[in-house]
Write a protein that binds this ligand. Structure first.
Ligand SMILES: *Cc1c(COP(=O)(O)O)cnc(C)c1O
Length: 375
């Protein structure tokens, strides 16, 4: 359906809710599901998505940084909010002010958080992120050092231990198994020393969807799956225990339609030359909206219910397609960049494959200039 916008996404609230319910029933009632709504909910809109999830009874939400957490609080979200990747000095005060729960990734920061909580006169929970072998955020300290730091704090209270996998989708790799083992070994050592926080969590969508149950602990952190995506696995993966469907479609309006003769060049660099008299449509969407430039001359869109090629370069604000085989399209009509029309489908994974990137990046790349409509 056309809309009075150059380019827009349509987000299905019911799909978000269904994907969340599917996730919950996949892990069972003893495992808490903490949906990840960072990066504006992978561009689905963090406030709207969080509202849907709170209506579904979610108790935890996860964001990347303090600013994202503050946005959710200001919009009235009451669930616990974990901030996974932000313990920058200038953001720490707001963590307490807005009742956000940080993932602390360095034992020295426990004392810093404790000081802030004491000054504010509150007890404030944090989760400790362990680097179990990804080599990114997370503490590499041993059990004794962690125990000393945890016990040294009176106002900062350890509520969870967490880690993150580097290669969860790759069943040819032993990295996930090794990380899992390292995590539980340290968790056991900490328990022996009396450090037994209520939550342990390791898994995002992939380890959840492929049923890697030993990596669930009692909480999982799915992002991609909530939006309807599960990355394909490499190697001999077990059967998926989760079925989800994309919640977002992306459309653009036709800005102009015209005929080009055979042999005409199309767009910047003249990288496409028509092989026949060609009817083209110029779409009101470009790489400034997030359409990957790498789709130049090789991507497709769905126009008039048919897959048609992108021809020439994707420009900043416009993109040209060949509509010779789809008569009847006119200025103002909508085409589908990502989504379904007439049984034809294009999802973020297919687009990513053609563009040489990952589906996460396709979704997160949809820029703020693209309007959002909720269905
Ligand atoms: C982004 C993120 C997730 C969610 O990952 P998905 O693959 O989207 O499910 C979970 N945990 C951490 C630490 C993350 O950064």
């Amino acid at each position: 359906m056309s809309q009075p916008y150059r380019s827009w996404v349509e987000v299905s609230r019911s799909r978000i809710a269904e994907n969340y319910r599917a996730m919950k029933s996949a892990v069972g009632s003893s495992v808490e599901v903490m949906p990840v709504v960072k990066a504006d909910a992978y561009r689905h809109g963090a406030v709207e998505v969080s509202r849907v999830l709170e209506q579904e009874g979610v108790r935890w939400l996860a964001v990347s940084n303090v600013e994202e957490g503050v946005t959710l609080r200001d919009a009235g979200m009451t669930a616990r909010i974990m901030v996974m990747a932000d313990f920058l000095p200038f953001e720490r005060k707001a963590l307490i002010e807005y009742n956000l729960t940080p993932a602390i990734h360095d034992v020295a920061d426990i004392a810093a958080f404790d000081r802030l909580a004491r000054e504010a006169g509150v007890r404030a929970a944090y989760h400790l992120k362990l680097d179990s072998g990804m080599g990114r955020l997370g503490s590499r300290a041993g059990a004794a050092a962690i125990t000393a730091a945890v016990n040294g704090a009176q106002h900062a209270v350890l509520e969870g231990l967490m880690t993150h996998f580097a290669s969860a989708a790759n069943y040819d790799s032993t990295q996930t198994g090794q990380q899992q083992e390292a995590f539980w070994k340290l968790a056991d050592e900490l328990a022996t020393l009396g450090v037994k926080p209520p939550f342990q969590h390791l898994s995002s969508t992939i380890a959840t969807a492929y049923g890697r149950q030993a990596a669930w602990g009692n909480m999982v952190r799915p992002g991609h799956g909530i939006y309807g995506y599960i990355s394909p696995a490499r190697g001999e993966a077990p059967r998926q225990i989760l079925q989800v469907k994309p919640a977002l479609s992306w459309k653009a309006s036709i800005l102009a339609v015209k005929e080009l003769p055979e042999g005409a060049l199309v767009g910047y660099g003249g990288i496409f030359r028509t092989l026949r008299p060609t009817r083209i449509a110029i779409l009101a969407v470009g790489y400034a909206d997030g359409l990957p430039h790498r789709l130049s001359n090789r991507g497709k869109v769905i126009a008039g219910g048919k897959l048609v090629p992108i021809i020439g370069s994707v420009s900043m604000d416009v993109t040209t397609i060949d509509i010779s085989d789809v008569p009847g399209l006119k200025v103002g009509d909508a085409v589908t960049l990502l989504g379904e029309e007439n049984g034809e489908k294009l999802d973020a994974q297919q687009i990513a494959r053609v563009a040489g990137t990952i589906s996460y990046s396709v979704l997160c790349g949809i820029s703020a200039r693209v309007k959002r409509i909720y269905l």
